[in-house]
Every structure is written in C-alpha cells, then in structure tokens.
Design a protein. Structure first.
Length: 383
C-alpha cells in the first residue's frame, strides 16, 4: 500500500494536435512545482500520479501541485493491488470512523471479475460489519470512499477531492513581462495572466537610493510568493532614479508620474524584446488613480507597440484585495516601503493630460539617452 497524490487536469484545452504539447508542458510544470522533493511523476489514463515521495510529505506534495495551473482537482490516496482484500485495507484507512458514508467505485479495467456496484457493495458491507458507528447513506453521505480500479493489478482508493488552481498550463500561452511594483495590484495581475497560460517574467523599477533595499526585498518576497503559480524564480530590476531626477528638474510638475510611466513602458518594452516576451502586463485598473484614466493609459500606450495586458482593468479595489489575500500576497504588499512612484510625487498629478502637452514637456529630456542609461542598470535576482 503506497500513499500517492492523484492529479486530474481539465481536458477542455486538450484538443487535437495541441494535446501532446499541452500535456508535455503540464507535466513539466508539475515537475517544477515539486522541485526539491523526492518523487516520481507518472501519467496514467488521463491523470497524473505523484508517487514515491517521503512518508509524511503527502500534504506538501498535494499543496504544491494544487497550485499548478491546469490542475482541475487532486486527491491524496492509496495505491494498492486490485485484489478485494487490499482494496478493503485501503478503504478502511481512508474511510470515516463514524457517521454516514457511501462507497463509489469506478472500474476502468473492464475485465475485473466484479462490477463497480459489486465492488462498492462488498467493500461498503465489510466496512459496516467491522464498524458499528458507520451508517450507509447513498444520497447525502458525510463521507465517500472512492475506489478506482484502473488497470490489471492496480486500484486507487481515496476519500476527498481538493480543488486545483484551474486555468491553463503556464507557458502554453507564450511569454510576457509583468511590471511588478511592491503594491497590491501587480502581483494579482501576474497571477491572473499566469492562470491563462502566460509565462510571466518580472521587471521591477526602483529609485535607489531614494528607495531602499527593503523596497526591493519586498518585491522579491512577492515574486517568491507568486512562484508556486508562475513557476518563475527570477526578477529583473532597473533603476529609474536619474530619469526621475531629470523629469523633476526639467518638466511640468503635474506630469511627473505621467512622464515616468512613459519611461517605464519604454524600458519594459526594451527588456521584453530582448527576452522574447510578447506582451507587457500591468496591474492597472481603470480610474483607480490619476495615471489610470483613459488619458493616462493612452499616454503610456503611445510609446510602445507590444500589446499591454491589463487583467485588472475592470476590477474594484475590494475585488483585487480579496484575490491578493487568496493567493497570499496581500500581507507583503501592504508593508510600508517607498515605491519609486511615491518619490517626487507631485501635489496635484494631472488626471487628463493632453498628449500634445506631454510630448512638449518630454521634449525637454534626452529620452533615448535616458533609456540607454537606465537599461545599463539591469540586474537579475534569482531566488
Ligand atoms: P500596484 O498595486 O500594482 O502598485 P497601483 O495601484 O499602485 O498598482 P500604480 O502605482 O499607478 O498603481 O502602478 C500601476 C502599474 O504600473 C502597476 O500595477 C505596475 O504594473 C506598474 N508599476 C508601478 N510601479 C512600478 C514599479 N516600481 N516597478 C514596476 N512596475 C511598476
Ligand atoms: Mg503602486
């Protein structure tokens, strides 16, 4: 009798020619999520089994695979031989000790000497006989013992289905670059695009020494918290310090943020092109702050040609916070550190700046030189 974790994926996306590709990426992602844990991964009739992990680490294995996008559901179960006595021993182990229950059998192996109903009746009957505190209720049982007779000589027995992360395997939708701040929104935006199958690379802008190491550590912490989902273990950083100083010294004060954001987009696009990322991703939400008005979005989009994905565009802050809590980034996001956007913050940021005015002010700067200079500060943190 061996403890295993059963991983089921949704088949919706696995059509025709894509099927092999999706499965390959999915299996690779499961492997990545289990890195550092001894295990073997095996595909068996439309699902995966994680086997041969250390005793007592089943919960950890399950926790990790549950976060892999594409996982529909998972169960911790027992892998046994298909002989009735072995199935019973496993059922006793995973089944309830009291209360109502039923046994549900699926028989993929059609040459098994008993039908599904007969297996359920035999196992259920024996459980009842040996435990007077149990009662059968086939309509609304408190617990169910699932038996899956898969192939000659093997059966899986388990008691519960856990919900997987859903979505599509990361990587099947290509690669994009998330502009990640230390805030609440951008980590959630990254999570959402990863869920749709995008590999989300990470770029953070800092204004060292105006922003300190704590601010950077906070972003690394967020990236780490995202990595069970994104499977990404590196963060790129760029300095926008000199850009901010130049804007502050030479341009209309109310455009500070607008101009900085245009630089951020230009830089992100440069990094994306160098890394083969096909889109940019931000945590913007329409109207949330001055720079996220239609005019603000227009002004940022005007300096790039890559598509900019904004998965939170129609979300309320409350909804974003709820998601940040669910994925575990919220507590870190609200730690108090300076973000580069809060350095040189104008008193009254322009909410509806005209593009002509923006371009006029920007013409006071040597944009190409500032971009080159910032690009030279590119660093990568592996975590
Ligand atoms: P967030 O909670 O993600 O910080 P926000 O509500 O604070 O968002 P802004 O500060 O206007 O909004 O940022 C909008 C988006 O711009 C962010 O979601 C993020 O994608 C990007 N961004 C902002 N600051 C940075 C930064 N320092 N480094 C990288 N990207 C950034
Ligand atoms: Mg922010």
């Amino acid at each position: 009798m061996e403890k295993v974790v059963i991983v089921r994926y949704s088949e919706i996306h696995l059509k025709g020619k894509n099927r092999n590709y999706f499965e390959r990426v999915f299996a690779m992602n499961l492997e990545k999520s289990l890195k550092g844990l001894r295990h073997e991964l095996r595909r068996t009739s439309g699902r995966y089994l994680v086997e041969k992990f250390e005793e007592g680490r089943a919960e950890e294995v399950a926790e990790r695979v549950s976060k892999v996008f594409g996982v529909h559901s998972y169960s911790i179960g027992l892998l046994v031989g298909s002989e009735l006595g072995e199935i019973y021993a496993a059922a006793k182990e995973v089944g309830p000790k009291s209360g109502t229950f039923k046994v549900e059998t699926h028989r993929g192996y059609k040459n098994y000497p008993l039908t599904s109903m007969e297996i359920s009746a035999a196992i259920g009957g024996r459980l009842l006989d040996e435990n007077p505190a149990l009662r059968v209720d086939v309509h609304d049982p408190a617990a169910t013992v699932y038996i899956d007779v898969r192939q000659q000589g093997a059966a899986l027995v388990f008691g519960e289905f856990g919900a997987g992360a859903g979505g599509m395997p990361v990587g099947t939708a290509g690669k994009g670059l998330l502009m990640i701040s230390g805030g609440i929104d951008s980590p959630v935006a990254g999570y959402m695009m990863a869920k749709r199958g995008l590999t989300v690379e990470l770029l953070h802008f800092h204004s060292y020494p105006y922003t300190n190491d704590g601010a950077k550590e906070k972003v690394v912490a967020l990236a780490k918290q995202l990595s069970p989902y994104t499977l990404v273990t590196r963060l790129m950083t760029l300095s926008v310090t000199h850009i901010q100083e130049e804007i502050h010294a030479k341009c209309a004060n109310e455009l500070n943020i607008t101009l900085l954001r245009r630089f951020m987009f230009r830089l992100a696009e440069r990094v994306a092109r160098e890394r083969g990322d096909k889109c940019l991703v931000t945590g913007e939400s329409l109207g949330q702050v001055a720079s996220q008005t239609m005019e603000g979005i227009t002004s940022s989009n005007a300096v790039v040609t890559l598509p900019v994905l904004r998965p939170l565009i129609g979300f309320d802050k409350d909804e974003i916070i709820a998601r940040a809590k669910a994925i575990g980034t919220f507590e870190t996001s609200v730690l108090p550190y300076e973000d580069c956007c809060t350095v040189f913050l104008p008193e009254f940021p322009a909410t509806r700046p005209k593009l002509s005015f923006i371009e006029e002010e920007e013409a006071k700067l040597d944009v190409p030189a500032l971009v080159e200079e910032a690009m030279a500060t590119l660093e990568t943190v592996e975590f």
